[in-house]
Design a protein around this ligand. Structure first.
Ligand code: CMP
Length: 140
């Protein structure tokens, strides 16, 4: 199986409730390694760029507002099939539909404040990682 890297965000609703360590424990229990991590406060421009694919969706304004409201944690995760593995650990976007034991079922507040983001494909993982980390910040 291929060793992959994926991009992760622990969102403001999670950092505000002091859940960084609890979510990282679920990530590591799933066999993913946190090979880069930093706490940042996203600017409006950064959030609009990061979620540009959703710019025409009805929830875009609320999404950008939530992502810039407080600090968050950006990460690079590495492991076998890391992209799918992390999405499995995160659970469905809407926590009401997420499986028991997933991060979103356990911690998320709503579809908007859903605690974590993970890349959905190798191409987006590469773009998202490059947006937040330089090569020497990633130590695998
Ligand atoms: P994320 O995986 O970061 O990708 C887009 C985000 O938009 C999503 O998680 C949610 O936090 C947010 N969002 C808010 N409303 C919706 C919705 N109705 N459908 C999908 N995503 C939504």
């Amino acid at each position: 199986m291929a060793i992959e890297r994926t991009f992760s965000i622990l969102k403001p609703d999670a950092t505000r409730r002091n859940l960084t360590g609890a979510i990282n424990a679920k990530i590591e229990e799933a066999g993913l390694r946190i090979i880069a991590q930093k706490r940042v406060h996203m600017t409006l421009a950064q959030a609009q760029t990061f979620y540009g694919v959703h710019k025409d969706r009805s929830f875009f304004g609320e999404l950008v507002e939530q992502m810039t409201a407080a600090p968050l944690v950006v990460q690079v995760l590495e492991g076998e099939n890391a992209i799918k593995r992390y999405r499995d650990v995160m659970g469905a976007t809407n926590p009401a539909n997420a499986d028991a034991g997933t991060i979103r079922k356990t911690f998320a507040l709503s579809i908007g404040e859903n605690s974590v983001h993970g890349s959905d494909a190798p191409e987006t993982a590469a773009v998202e990682i490059a947006q937040w980390f330089s090569g020497n910040e990633i130590v695998g």
